[in-house]
Design a protein around this ligand. Structure first.
Ligand code: ASP
Length: 457
């Protein structure tokens, strides 16, 4: 007999079925034993006698039985299969389960996170996290469908790459073939997507992993995160904003079935936002309402900002174009120049940023110089891009909304880690696998690497 999913039992009253799944709960009344059987589609009540009594929660079982309607007063309106039950005739245990280290039938927010992450494969059985992963998939699927229908193509770019500045520390990977040299994991595919514009891929996108070695926060996972990276040629900031807006309205209304607070998304200049909210990310909702997503745009950012140690840094990244009228300011008073940066805000979180890009190699060099790069550094780090721009570069721009962070807002979660299957812990440990870990000395020798002994302090 073919397997029937628990959710399908409502259509099979009077029929024999074979179910398979996990024992969710068991209620043993002696002669009568009730088991809630859970599978990917939901849950159904199974009734039987002694054949069910040895089962324990989370055992994996296969149950043959007959679907019948429950008597009126025993209908459970809380679950979709609450009108039926399955009378067990045969029970086969496929795998026994030990006692779980924590309960999985609640939200799980009170359990220590490190324990949840150590047993993430059990934590993920929790209905909340099952829902989060499913919604994540549906959102990504919608993004792919929406953009494909608008002539975008998804192109993969390398993970073993060269440092590309997004303002964070790089992860380095030693090269075996060139001992002493290192790849950097991309902080974003920024330069590749710009090179793809030179290549004539006028509408590019990628659901892509980005790597940044920066301290974790609730809205920022350690190490890696997923972006919808997008770039267009022959475009304008207006077109990028409108396309992104249309996409996020569709995702919110059609996939998440939530309300968009204000359409079109309100726009604030950076100056207005700072004056009104004291920050460049803000929540427009009057009160917290998980069913409403309040999007807004922030534009007209300053091109540069000062770091803590008073150095000039890009407000976005060094490829962002200054406003044309502010180009003369670059020589006189660069801190006053405004840029074509745009940030997308949602329920108080910055969920994406992008810009129109510089395409003039001389202007790009000037920006690198203002940022303190020497001529030699510019040559070493960015020659490929400057060279590419000499072969016919279309005007281009784009954006990269963060999938994890958007889902955090969309699902009303308090941390991005709740939207990812196997996140690193706050201390950078990928707990299930116990990464990072020491490696065999031979491997290090092959890579020409010697690990310095920690100095005793
Ligand atoms: N590369 C940028 C980032 O990761 C996004 C962009 O400018 O398109 O923030």
């Amino acid at each position: 007999m073919e397997r029937t999913l628990t959710a399908e039992t409502t259509e099979k009253v009077g029929k024999e079925v074979k179910l398979a799944g996990w024992v969710d709960t068991k209620r043993d009344h002696g002669k009568m034993v009730f088991v809630d059987l859970r599978d990917r589609g939901g849950m159904v009540q199974v009734v039987g006698g002694s054949e069910l009594s040895s089962l324990r929660p989370e055992d994996v079982v296969e149950i043959d039985g007959k679907v019948s309607e429950r008597p009126e007063k025993l209908v459970n309106s809380k679950i979709p299969t609450g009108k039926v039950e399955v009378k067990a005739s045969k029970v086969k245990v496929l795998a026994k389960a030990k006692d779980l280290p924590f309960p999985i039938d609640d939200e799980g927010n009170d359990i220590e996170e490190s324990l949840r992450l150590k047993y993430r494969y059990l934590d993920l059985r929790r209905p909340r996290l099952q829902r989060n992963l499913k919604v994540r998939h549906q959102v990504i699927q919608k993004i792919r469908d929406f953009l494909s229908a608008q002539d975008f193509i998804e192109v993969e770019t390398p993970t073993l790459s060269k440092a590309t500045p997004e303002g964070a520390r790089d992860f380095l990977v030693p090269s075996r073939l060139q001992p002493g040299e290192f790849y950097a994991l991309p902080q974003s595919p920024q330069q590749y997507k710009q090179l793809l514009q030179v290549a004539g891929i006028e509408r590019y996108f990628q659901i892509v992993r980005c790597f940044r070695d920066e301290d974790p926060r609730a809205d920022r996972a350690y190490g890696e995160f997923t972006q919808l990276d997008l770039e267009m040629s022959f475009t304008t900031q207006e077109e990028i904003l409108e396309l992104t807006e249309e996409l996020f309205i569709e995702v919110t209304e059609k996939v998440l079935k939530k309300k968009v607070f204000q359409k079109p998304f309100p726009r604030f200049t950076h100056e207005e936002a700072m004056k009104k909210f004291g920050a460049d990310k803000f929540d427009l909702r009057e009160k917290e309402d998980k069913d409403v997503l309040a999007f807004a745009w922030v534009v007209d950012f300053p091109l540069f900002e000062k770091t803590k140690d008073r150095k000039i840094a890009p407000s976005h990244h060094p490829f962002t174009a200054p406003k044309d009228k502010d180009i003369p300011l670059l020589d006189k008073d660069p801190m006053k120049a405004k840029s074509w940066q745009h940030d997308l805000v949602c329920n108080g979180l910055e969920v994406g940023g992008g810009s129109m890009r510089i395409t003039d190699p001389d202007l790009q060099k000037k920006i690198f110089k203002i940022l303190g790069h020497s001529q030699q550094e510019i040559e070493e780090k960015f020659r490929h891009l400057l060279e590419a721009f000499k072969y016919g570069v279309p005007p281009h721009g784009g954006i990269a909304p963060g999938i994890d962070r958007f889902l955090m807002a969309a699902l009303g979660e308090s941390s991005v880690r709740e939207t990812v299957a196997f996140p690193a812990s706050a201390s950078g440990q990928v707990s299930v696998m116990d990464a990072p870990s020491k490696v065999a000395p031979e491997l290090l020798r092959e890579l020409g690497i010697e690990v310095a002994k920690k100095k005793k302090s």
